[in-house]
Design a protein around this ligand. Structure first.
Ligand SMILES: Nc1nc(=O)c2c([nH]1)NC[C@@H]1CN(c3ccc(C(=O)N[C@@H](CCC(=O)O)C(=O)O)cc3)CN21
Ligand SMILES: CC(C)C(=O)C(=O)O
Ligand SMILES: [Mg+2]
Length: 263
């Protein structure tokens, strides 16, 4: 995908969108080679790469550092950058300044912000300045303390109505696509059918217009994964075995061998 029109086209033609959240030059390069439609430079980087237990501590400059690396690795892929906690909620002016900094310094194609009606005017401000915005509803990790944990959202009829209304408000405000995280499959289906823009699900079932996973999750880097993660390989074991072998080789004098020694 090259621009937001490709998202509108995918929705219209019912072509499923693949998105991967990743943060590095090398991993972005592999995603592009694999033909992944869209890369998200997610603020999950704080949990995956830095070991924080939420996304809240991630800074604007840290996101910019990672987004630049991803753009280098994936020069021809549509890149979305998460705006970190408190870089867009305070005022629309500050939001525009910060989103503008991301667009100016990284070569990203869009930004993503979490929330519904409460940030509609902020989204309008960014969209009016020519910045494509992706929305994010359901489990919004920057609100983990208010939500009381990383839990399924939209369980009651009242919560369902609110999420559906928020999705419509975001579309009205001008987002080109919405991430739906950790909501029941039938709710994601209903929203996907109502909206004219593409929904991208994570833990939202199979009826969304696309799917997103964190690369490090689907590659099996962690001991444990949430239910919605499919582990395509067990990288943790592969890495562990390689490192153990490296250590053994050093002890046994098997590394370096002739082929790795300068003469
Ligand atoms: N590596 C990673 N992957 C993600 O998908 C991700 C992040 N980090 N960080 C930001 C948010 C936080 N996310 C999370 C984090 C934990 C669960 C989790 O533990 N889920 C449990 C059930 C929780 C419950 O309903 O009580 C599970 O087993 O699915 C889910 C989503 C999704 N996002
Ligand atoms: C999980 C996705 C949607 C995300 O927001 C992130 O990686 O930060
Ligand atoms: Mg995020």
């Amino acid at each position: 995908m090259k621009n937001i029109n490709d998202f509108f086209k995918a929705k219209k033609e019912k072509k499923k969108i693949s998105m991967i959240s990743t943060y590095e030059y090398w991993s972005a390069k592999i995603c592009e080679e694999a033909g992944i439609d869209c890369i998200l430079v997610g603020d999950s980087v704080g949990m995956v790469d830095a070991g924080y237990d939420s996304t809240l501590p991630v800074s604007l400059n840290e996101m910019i550092y990672h987004a630049k690396a991803v753009r280098k690795g994936a020069p021809n892929t549509f890149i979305v950058v998460d705006m970190p906690f408190l870089t867009y909620q305070v005022s629309k002016e500050e939001a525009l300044k910060n989103a503008g900094k991301i667009m100016k310094e990284t070569g990203a194609n869009a930004v993503k912000v979490e929330g519904g009606r409460e940030i509609a005017l902020i989204i309008q401000k960014l969209v009016n300045a020519g910045i494509p915005v992706m929305g994010h509803l359901g489990l919004t990790p920057q609100s983990v303390h208010a939500l009381g944990g990383y839990k399924l959202q939209g369980k009651t009829e009242k919560q369902r109505r609110k999420i559906i209304e928020d999705a419509q408000i975001l579309q009205e405000a001008g987002v080109f696509s919405i991430v739906l995280e950790a909501v029941p499959s039938d709710l994601a289906k209903e929203i996907t059918e109502i909206l004219d823009i593409a929904t991208i699900g994570i833990g939202a079932g199979k009826y969304t217009d696309g799917q997103v996973l964190v690369l490090h999750d689907m590659l099996g880097f962690f001991d444990k994964s949430p239910k919605f993660v499919k582990r395509y390989i067990e990288s943790r074991n592969l890495f562990l075995n390689a490192l153990k072998e490296f250590k053994e080789d050093i002890i046994n004098g098997k590394f370096p061998s002739e082929e790795h020694i300068y003469k």
